[in-house]
Design a protein around this ligand. Structure first.
Ligand SMILES: [Zn+2]
Ligand SMILES: [Zn+2]
Length: 675
């Protein structure tokens, strides 16, 4: 066993030496030419990959022994030409995989051949012997990806970009590797958690975890309203020094968690960013869209394409349930959060087991019983090795919604009502999550003849994001995944018009007769939804149906609270619109766990944390949830009452190991309660 489990502390250099020695001893016969610390992975370049074919377990055994991830690459001299490799692959891969000559790309720097398959399951790409066979025969390490069912520009461009930027990426990975295996100075004795955003509020999520030895930022989000300084997390906090940050970890691709990530690169951050692959793809989309939207409003966006590109070149994607080093004293594991595609619970294992933190990001949890066939994602994971502190979102801490099947029925009824009146139903959706959710519900209702055959206009980024959903079907819930495997498109409710021009938008607005219109943004703070709303609001035949949370201050919330005269600025002049359409709130589709689902999650969560920090909620949601946990801890399966903390932004919580002693200035913020 090497350093990780050893009691004696090793310097970074000694640790590196030990790893290199271990690799040499195990893989000597494969003729090693180079060993690189590429971010959290150890890349071993060899001249004789065929040695691995005859000694299948050697790499796996070594990875387990060193407790490090190992990637085998070939020395460039060993690799076959592009043409020869392409020919070999097209002949070797089964026809059912649906791989054409245009679907094979090469990353020379990393020695990878990227294969886009219509049906990756026809290729045994998860088997090490298959991968080693291709590596031995061609010198290229195969990476198999699913081709999205819908044409996705983003997917291809991210692929191209990361190959083009390969040199930059490799340098970034090496820098990250150096930092991870650096000398530790003082050792980890305590952990401080400082909220830079999303504490006492929903939006601009950003949490600094400082172990004394290293500093990690969880999320870098924007507030849902406005673009001014209030939209930013408190990056000016004295504890937050950008040059000291070891890693940024992004839980998921909603703007309130990733929206200010490029800003860090503008401020000079050049370290690694960890996220899942779908989060990376969706993040590029929503960040580009956000930037363009701000520009269109004649304002200065907080970042440019340059910073998005920098971010992309520093992004290290990690799947769920794989442990990886992100700092000398911290290991990261992602697990499914059930909220949107690629959303992750973030588990940090700090100081060789000294402290374990689970950060939920945004979470969806539900009981798998009854009809769950329209559920896009499985509920969040709830089993971990250790958790001392849980940082939990509380969006619905004070709210219970109707069950999902009733929400579906209500939406279907509203669609039929609009149809009978000859009106249009306008549904504001977030491009990520709710957009796909509603498409699945509509497809199903259409299939069962519950809604009429009227056009469904889909505007905003919904289409492009849906394409990304179809590229990562392993992340989806079983029924949806199986439908796709059978060649069905579960996101397609028949008569769909993807709005990609003003002409199409006009068609949706001015065509006589009923229609369903899905448009962004979900809280009506901008995006195409506003144009539809301006034109359709005055006609009482039309319906506006809200299917997601509306943050305070947003137009959506103002309408829900009864405002019926809305003034817009148009071409420099003010125009007031009288709102006559019917406004309905359809609750129950939410991608967040509701009050009872949050409790269910706590009940199932193993092991039980000693401290629970509540964030990502309006004050009443936070205090209500805190009170519930305090009074119901026994029913939730805790052996002793957990300490509940509801800090505000910029307050620091110090967590000490062993005793559940929590040193903090904010105990008086604790909600009272009978517990
Ligand atoms: Zn979210
Ligand atoms: Zn959020």
């Amino acid at each position: 066993m090497v350093a990780n489990t050893s009691k004696n502390k090793l310097s970074g250099e000694e640790l590196r030496k030990q790893i290199i020695l271990g690799v040499y001893n195990a893989l000597r016969n494969a003729e090693i030419t180079r060993i690189e610390f590429e971010g959290p992975e150890i890349a071993v370049y060899v001249k004789k990959p065929e040695y691995i074919l005859d000694n299948e377990n050697v790499v796996g055994d070594l990875a387990r022994k060193l407790r490090k991830r190992i990637v085998l690459r070939t020395d460039p001299s060993y690799r076959k030409s592009f043409e020869a490799t392409k020919k070999y692959l097209l002949e070797t891969l089964p026809k059912e995989a649906g791989v054409g000559p245009g679907d094979i790309e090469f990353d020379e720097r990393l020695g990878e051949v990227i294969i886009l398959a219509e049906n990756p399951n026809a290729i045994p790409y998860k088997s090490a012997s298959f991968r080693n066979r291709i590596l031995a025969d061609t010198g290229w390490r195969p990476v198999v990806l699913r081709k999205p069912m819908l044409v996705s520009k983003t997917f291809r461009s991210i692929l191209r970009k990361s190959i083009l930027d390969s040199k930059e990426r490799q340098r970034a990975l090496r820098d990250a590797g150096e930092r991870i295996f650096r000398d530790t100075l003082i050792g980890t004795r305590r952990v401080r958690v400082i909220g830079l955003g999303s504490f006492g509020e929903v939006g601009r999520s950003a949490i600094l975890v400082d172990t004394g030895e290293s500093r990690i930022l969880l999320d870098a989000g924007a507030a849902p309203t406005g673009y001014g300084p209030d939209a930013f997390p408190f990056f000016e906090a004295p504890e937050f020094r950008i040059e000291d940050i070891d890693a940024v970890i992004i839980s998921h691709a909603h703007l309130d968690h990733v929206g200010m990530l490029p800003l860090l690169f503008k401020y000079g951050y050049r370290g690694p960013v960890y996220m899942t692959a779908p989060t990376r793809d969706i993040a590029v989309l929503v960040l580009t869209d956000y930037m363009q939207l701000v520009q269109k409003e004649g304002k200065q966006p907080p970042f440019t394409q340059r910073e998005i590109n920098l971010m992309l070149s520093r992004t290290i994607v990690m799947p769920y349930n794989v442990v990886t080093d992100v700092a000398p004293d911290t290991k990261l594991t992602f697990a499914n959060a059930g909220h949107i595609l690629g959303s992750a619970l973030v588990h940090l294992h700090i100081g060789q087991g000294l402290y374990n933190i689970l950060y939920t990001g945004d979470i969806k949890y539900y009981r798998i019983k009854g009809d769950t066939s329209t559920r896009l994602l499985p509920p969040a994971s709830y089993q971990f090795h250790r958790i001392e502190t849980l940082i939990m979102e509380s969006t619905y801490g004070a709210t219970e919604t109707q069950p999902r099947h009733m929400a579906e029925a209500q939406l279907i009824e509203l669609i039929n009502e609009a149809y009978k009146k000859g009106g249009k139903i306008l549904i504001p959706v977030m491009a990520v999550g709710r957009g796909q959710d509603i498409l699945v519900v509509l497809s199903r209702a259409k299939k069962e003849g519950k809604i009429p055959d009227i056009p469904v206009y889909v505007d905003g980024m919904v289409y492009e994001v849906t394409a990304i959903y179809t590229a990562y079907i392993d992340y989806l819930a079983k029924p949806i995944r199986e439908a796709i495997l059978q060649g069905e498109n579960p996101f397609h409710p028949g008569n769909v018009v993807y709005v990609d021009s003003q002409a199409r938008r006009d068609e949706a607005i001015y065509s006589s007769g009923p229609a369903i219109i899905l448009a962004t943004s979900g809280m009506m703070q901008g995006g195409p939804i506003l144009e539809y709303f301006k034109h359709l609001a005055e006609d009482p035949k039309n319906i506006l149906a809200f299917v997601s949370y509306q943050a305070p201050g947003t137009l959506g919330r103002r309408l829900l609270e009864g405002e019926r005269e809305i003034t817009f600025q148009e071409n420099g002049r003010l125009r007031t619109i009288r709102v006559n359409l019917k406004i309905e709130r359809v609750e129950g589709f939410t991608g967040h766990a509701t009050q009872s689902e949050l409790q269910l999650f706590l009940r199932h969560l193993t092991p039980k944390p000693r401290n629970i920090i509540l964030n990502h909620g309006e004050p009443v949601a936070l205090s209500t949830l805190g009170r519930i946990i305090k009074s119901k801890w026994q029913r939730l399966g805790f052996q002793s009452p957990p300490e509940i903390l509801i800090p505000e932004n910029l307050e620091a919580i110090t967590l000490y190991p062993r005793h559940s002693r929590v040193h903090t200035s904010l105990l008086y913020h604790n909600p009272g309660g009978s517990g």
